[in-house]
Ligand binder design. Sequence first.
Ligand code: PGA
Length: 248
Amino acid sequence: MRRSLVVGNWKMNGSRSANRELLKQLLSAESSGSDVAVCPPAIYLSEVAEQLGGSSIGWGVQNLSEADSGAYTGEISAAMVADLGCKFAIVGHSERRTLYAETDSLVASKALQASAAGVVPIVCVGETFEQRNAEQTLQVVGRQLRALLEHEQFGELGEWVVAYEPVWAIGTGLTATPAQAQAVHAFIRGELAAVSQSLADKVRILYGGSVKAANAVELFAETDIDGGLVGGASLDGSEFIAICRAAG
Ligand code: PGA
């Protein structure tokens, strides 16, 4: 039985005072029965870690470097991420893939880097609007996933999470219907099962793309949807708490 997981991706939003208020609200809510984590901008991690330390809410990063250390101006290493007590690292978010030209193989390297440092990678996959219309969804998602599954170091990967995020649903208010999302989640589970059934049984597959309190219950009711990766709605304390409850 997989425990559900809800992760808030704050993206490039927040301030020290706004973060404190938001976290205060999350900490005051009763446990939702699901695993919960937030991924703030990295510059706020120390403070977020301090505020959340000792609670059941985890924290993570939105991105990390594929390199170990050294002359990589502006980058953050997996060891640093682990040093800050991060449980999760989002890798391959579509905004990184599109705006920063991250390739499938770079994303796989980042996932392995996180894992080697003891941080659980959340590997994002998903198709664009044009790809869905051209009926290429499974082909695209399969390709993104296989870059990791076929990586020579894949066997060294510890716990990891997949997030299916259709690009056309991110920040647009358009959500995949539960049936549309479930179809892709089942496909992902099948690809994992082709590698190993125990892997398929254990990897949590999150849905992301305009998840809100109003649509969370029906999305999370689907067999292969194990929780959500939440952007916009994770910045609103009561919305995010309601989404966590829907998953719990
Ligand atoms: P959204 O973002 O919930 O605002 O659509 C999700 C994401 O980008 O992870």
